[in-house]
Design a protein around this ligand. Structure first.
Ligand SMILES: Cc1ncc(COP(=O)(O)O)c(C=O)c1O
Length: 424
């Protein structure tokens, strides 16, 4: 039997068996069509089964299944590394491959830590944020906020220093976004000023904290943290696992905020959701700390399937499709409609929908306490719309190519569910 992730083992409902997929649609064994409003955990950015990505994987796998990436390399891994550097507008120098977002984050943390170690500088503190999520491995959990997901392991985490997450729709220090001067960062700034010699990195999700409730914050927060890092020789790590490849409206959120992180972690949209692949991108300054003949300066890290040719070819094709089909334009149009439709819903149900917000291809709101999010999800599933609430946060993060008809169907279905509730 399968041990399904995030699933209580007693009394769970049998999962739906999906047999095929195309664009924003999934089809079950009876060929019933579902709209995947969450891009299958935020990955299918071009929709499912994009023909060009599938074609490129087929071509590659017939030539070369796998080769170890130490002492050997492969063309697709080389091409992808070059493409990633170009796509990130030469902000980075080196690409370290892995196969999921949690690992890309672990690698970022390890490289940041060892980067000082190799210079014979001892820095042991990493700064994290209370509502952040960086994955499910021990290292990634250690730099995430506390939640029911990681509660059993709390005492087992490596040490970090936590600060309140920025959140412009529910400000942790009670300010209004329009008039704030990033007061939410005051404690962090003071701490950094007094302890910078011990801090090796700050890690955060840029512009939107995804898994802990789609919490959106302004670019100025990132700018302030970026300049603190630059001033005090702290490595700035941005986890772009969710935000990368267009989700916030730009190729990467760091570009939208006009900041220069030292390291970014990428996964999810990297292969357009076709094969597992992740990458950690590192700038030259950090890389240079490993450019050494001393064996102890080596980064001794690697995963068996690192740089898999098929996965790299999927990622290459996905980035080419992103550029050729002008996804940034699609996201702009999608953002426009998400704003329009959520505004209409909010005007109709101001007491049921709280803090409606849109950024790029993400639309989120909190459901009033009177509504059970699990039931909300089930009602939508009956209407063949797939969502996954995060606590009482409801969000839509569809493939960027979703049709307007499907978007209308999603919002219309939400409308019906909310309306039925008001009639109870
Ligand atoms: C921001 C962020 N970082 C890391 C991860 C972990 O990625 P993975 O599930 O591929 O390990 C996630 C997954 O949702 C994420 O949203």
């Amino acid at each position: 039997m399968i041990w399904y992730p995030y699933t209580p083992q007693k009394g769970y409902k049998e999962p739906i068996l999906i047999k095929r997929a195309t664009r924003e649609f999934l089809y079950d064994e009876n060929d019933i069509e579902y709209i995947d409003a969450v891009s299958s955990w935020w990955i299918s950015i071009h929709g499912h089964n994009h023909p060009e990505i599938i074609k490129s994987v087929k071509q590659e796998i017939e030539k070369l299944d796998q080769v170890l990436l130490a002492g050997f390399t492969n063309t697709k891994a080389l091409e992808l590394a070059e493409k990633l550097i170009e796509f990130s507008e030469n902000n980075f120098h080196t690409v370290f491959y892995s196969d999921n977002g949690s690992c890309a984050v672990e690698i970022a943390i390890k490289i940041a830590y060892q980067s000082f170690y190799n210079k014979n500088i001892k820095k042991n503190i990493i700064i994290k944020f209370s509502e952040s999520y960086h994955g499910d491995t021990i290292g990634a959990m250690s730099v995430g906020g506390n939640s029911k997901f990681n509660l059993p392991f709390k005492d087992f985490f490596f040490p970090s220093k936590e600060f309140l997450s920025p959140d412009c729709y529910n400000c942790p220090v009670g300010k209004k976004k329009e008039r704030c001067k990033e007061e939410c960062l005051e404690k962090l700034e003071n701490y950094v000023i007094n302890n910078h010699s011990e801090i090796f990195a700050i890690i955060m999700e840029p512009l939107i904290q995804g898994a802990n409730g789609m919490k959106i914050y302004k670019k100025d927060v990132l700018k302030k943290i970026d300049s603190l890092c630059k001033k005090f020789d702290i490595i700035f790590i941005l986890d772009e696992v969710f935000t990368g490849f267009g989700r916030t409206g730009s190729k990467f959120a760091f570009m939208e905020a006009d900041v220069k992180p030292d390291i970014i972690a990428l996964a999810k949209g990297l292969s357009g959701g076709v094969l597992p692949i992740a990458a950690t991108l590192i700038n030259k300054k950090i890389y240079d700390n490993f450019f050494s003949e001393r064996i102890e300066d080596t980064f001794f890290h690697g995963h068996t399937m690192t740089g898999n040719p098929s996965a790299c070819s999927a990622a290459l094709a996905s980035i080419e499709v992103f550029e050729k089909e002008n996804r940034i334009e699609d996201i702009k149009i999608l953002e426009f409609y998400l704003k329009k439709y959520i505004k209409q819903l909010y005007e109709k149900y101001p007491n049921l929908i709280l803090s409606p917000r849109v950024l790029g291809a993400v639309c989120a709101f909190e459901l009033s306490d009177s509504f059970n999010p699990g039931e909300f999800k089930n009602h939508l599933l009956e209407k063949k719309i797939i969502i996954r609430p995060l606590g009482n946060t409801i969000y839509i993060a569809p493939p960027y190519i979703i049709s307007n008809d499907s978007l209308i169907k999603i919002f219309h279905s939400i409308d019906i569910v909310l309306n039925d509730f008001t009639l109870l």
